[in-house]
Design a protein around this ligand. Structure first.
Ligand SMILES: [Zn+2]
Length: 266
């Protein structure tokens, strides 16, 4: 049974999105549209997409995708991408050389109800690239296939976590991207340093194995974009979770530039 939450402005999707929609105006680097909208129990639920084009750099734009709210009961993962975008609109130079496609609300029904699962009571983060017919997954898979992302970042909040932690595939990216992100977020919330997190072996908050069916690039896509998952401890105050995630995202933008500059030499 879905757990119904009391009415809350935090759960009002339009109240959440309207400030961002207002930032999409002539001359703005931010564009807002919908990847899909679908009916559930008499209501239409939007799956929004925001595209932020940073000032140009000497290289082709680096195309990153950022996903939040796959689990509807993790509001920090919805609020952090929105806060990140608001700050980028105020200071676009922070994203020089980047094109960011942001999906802040991947499970709108779950978010409205404060449930982990979607309207069909499924964990969307076990449904990807397995022939799922869930409308959220179909829409996001279509975008993942059509848009050639260089990297994919997903935000979550974990109510069993003792601090921030994350996942990337392989040691090189763990050290180049995740470690600096955890270090900077560590000024805001502690790091989860347990040897095992969420059932996986972890080292200083870094994991390099994960569940099947999680949101990722299409199987077989080469070159493979990097996948990074950043988790905040869901029991921490939400404003600190948001701040930790925004700080981590800022750091990832900075560090990925450095990584690309040195990658040909690795
Ligand atoms: Zn989650």
């Amino acid at each position: 049974m879905p757990v119904l939450s009391p009415p809350s402005p935090l759960r009002d999707i339009h109240a959440l999105l309207d400030p961002l929609v207002a930032l999409d105006r002539p001359g703005s680097p931010l564009r807002y549209d919908l990847v899909a909208s679908f009916p559930h129990e008499g209501e239409i639920h939007p799956l929004p997409r925001l595209v932020f084009s940073g000032p140009p750099a000497a290289h082709d734009p680096i195309r990153l995708a950022l996903f939040g709210g796959l689990h509807g009961d993790e509001p920090a993962s919805v609020l952090a991408p929105l806060a990140f975008l608001e700050r980028l609109v105020a200071d676009p130079a922070r994203a020089t050389g980047y094109n960011l496609t942001v999906y802040p609300l991947c499970n709108p029904v779950g978010y409205a109800r404060a449930t982990r699962h979607n309207g069909a009571d499924l964990d969307l983060n076990r449904e990807f690239w397995r022939g799922s017919v869930q409308p959220e997954v179909v829409a996001l898979e279509r975008d993942l296939a059509a848009r050639d992302f260089d990297g994919i970042i997903t935000l979550h909040a974990d109510d069993t976590a003792e601090g921030v932690y994350g996942y990337t595939h392989g040691r090189v990216l763990n050290e180049a991207l995740l470690e600096p992100a955890l270090r900077s977020a560590g000024y805001i919330l502690p790091r989860d340093r347990r040897a095992q997190i969420d059932g996986f072996p972890a080292r200083d908050g870094k994991i390099d194995a994960c569940f099947q069916g999680i949101l990722c690039a299409p199987p077989g896509r080469r070159p493979r974009p990097f996948d990074l998952i950043f988790e905040t401890p869901a029991r921490a105050p939400i404003d600190l979770q948001v701040e930790a995630a925004v700080t981590a995202l800022d750091t990832i933008l900075d560090e990925y530039r450095v990584f690309l500059a040195y990658a040909p030499n690795l």
